[in-house]
Design a protein around this ligand. Structure first.
Ligand SMILES: Cc1cc2nc3c(=O)[nH]c(=O)nc-3n(C[C@H](O)[C@H](O)[C@H](O)COP(=O)(O)OP(=O)(O)OC[C@H]3O[C@@H](n4cnc5c(N)ncnc54)[C@H](O)[C@@H]3O)c2cc1C
Length: 269
C-alpha cells in the first residue's frame, strides 16, 4: 500500500563528508517497506523545489515506526533537505517501486555499492541477515572521507570491504576489483548492486560472463515516481521485463524497478 504520510523528522546528522542520515517517523511506510523501495519527499509547500525527491529506504523499523534515509548533498533539493530540523514535518510518499528478491539458495550474497548507491543495500543486508542469509558488503567511494563509518555498515553484512579510487582507505582502485576477487572465492552467490551506472554495468557484465545472477537498483532522474510522466525510462532487452511494459523496449524505473534483473537492462542503449 502506497501512502502519503506526514513524516516527522526524528534524527538528522552528518555521517561522512557531505553525507547525511535522516530518520523519519512514518509508521505505515515503515511497516510496509521492502529493501530496494524508495520514498518521494516533498521539501517545501512553495514552488521551489517543485518536484519531490526520490530517496532509497536505508532501513525500516516497524517496531518504532521509523525509516532511515541516507543522502549526499549534490544540488538544490539535497541542500534544502540538509537544512531541515528535527520535529519538522515533510510529506513522504511511499513505499514506491519494486525491491530486491531473495536469493535462490542459501549461498552467500555479495552486495556491491558505489558512492551514495549504498542505502538500499544496507537495508537489504540487514533483512537478509535477519532471514538467516550470509552477506558480504563491498563498498567503493572516490575518497576515504566519503565512506560511511564501518560501524554503520556492519549490521548489513558479516564482512565489509571498502575501496577508494584515490587509495586513501581500503583497497586502492574500483570496487569492481574487490568483486572480481570475491567471485573467485564465493560459490553460487547472488550479487546485488547499486551505484553509478558505469559501475553497475561493469558488475552486470562480470556476473553475466560467469553465469551469476545479479540484481541492480537503478537511480535514474525521476519526476513523478508513480509511473505517470515516464521521465525515468531505461532501455531494456525484453519488452516484458516488468509488470508495466506498455513502453516497448523501455521500462519506467519508478514502477517496473528500481530493482531489475541486470540481464534485462540494455547497458549500451
Ligand atoms: C529510486 C531512486 C533512489 C535514490 N536514492 C538515493 C539515496 O538513497 N541517496 C541519495 O543521495 N540519492 C538518491 N537518489 C538520487 C537523488 O534523488 C538525487 O541525488 C537528488 O534528486 C538530487 O537533487 P538535487 O536537487 O539535490 O540535485 P540536482 O541539481 O538534481 O543534481 C545535482 C547533480 O547530481 C547528479 N544527479 C542528480 N540526480 C541524479 C540521478 N538520479 N542519477 C545520476 N546523477 C544524478 C547530477 O550530476 C546533477 O548534476 C535516488 C534516486 C532515485 C531515482
Amino acid at each position: 500500500m502506497v501512502v502519503d504520510e506526514w513524516a516527522r523528522v526524528v534524527r538528522h546528522r552528518s555521517v561522512a563528508a557531505g553525507i547525511y542520515s535522516i530518520s523519519l517517523e512514518v509508521p505505515v511506510i515503515a511497516a510496509e517497506a521492502w529493501p530496494g523501495q524508495f520514498v518521494q519527499l516533498r521539501l517545501s509547500d512553495g514552488i521551489e523545489p517543485l518536484l519531490r525527491m526520490p530517496l532509497s529506504i536505508a532501513d525500516a523499523r516497524p517496531d518504532v515506526g521509523e525509516i532511515e534515509l541516507l543522502y549526499e548533498c549534490v544540488g538544490p533539493k539535497t541542500e534544502a533537505l540538509s537544512e531541515i530540523r528535527i520535529d519538522t514535518r515533510l510529506a513522504c510518499l511511499g513505499p514506491l517501486g519494486h525491491g530486491f528478491t531473495w536469493p535462490d539458495s542459501a549461498h552467500p550474497s555479495i552486495l556491491v555499492g558505489g558512492g551514495i548507491g549504498l542505502p538500499p543495500l544496507l537495508f537489504l543486508g540487514r533483512r537478509l541477515r535477519a532471514a538467516g542469509y550470509a552477506a558480504v558488503l563491498l563498498t567503493g567511494a572516490r575518497t576515504g572521507e566519503k565512506h560511511l563509518p564501518v560501524a554503520w555498515l556492519n549490521p548489513a553484512a558479516s564482512r565489509v570491504m571498502q575501496s577508494t579510487d584515490d587509495g586513501t582507505l581500503g583497497h586502492a582502485g574500483l570496487v569492481t576489483g574487490l568483486l572480481d576477487a570475491e567471485l573467485d572465492d564465493v560459490a553460487y552467490p547472488m550479487v546485488y548492486s547499486c551505484g553509478p551506472r558505469g559501475m553497475m554495468a561493469a558488475v552486470a557484465r562480470n556476473c553475466r560472463v560467469r553465469g551469476i545472477p545479479c540484481q541492480v537498483s537503478l537511480e535514474e532522474y525521476m519526476a513523478c515516481g508513480i509511473g505517470i510522466c515516464a521521465g525515468c525510462t531505461v532501455p531494456v532487452h525484453r519488452s516484458d521485463a516488468g509488470t508495466h511494459s506498455a513502453y516497448g523496449r523501455y521500462e519506467r524505473v519508478c514502477v517496473a524497478g528500481p530493482v531489475f534483473d541486470a540481464t534485462i537492462i540494455d547497458w549500451d542503449g
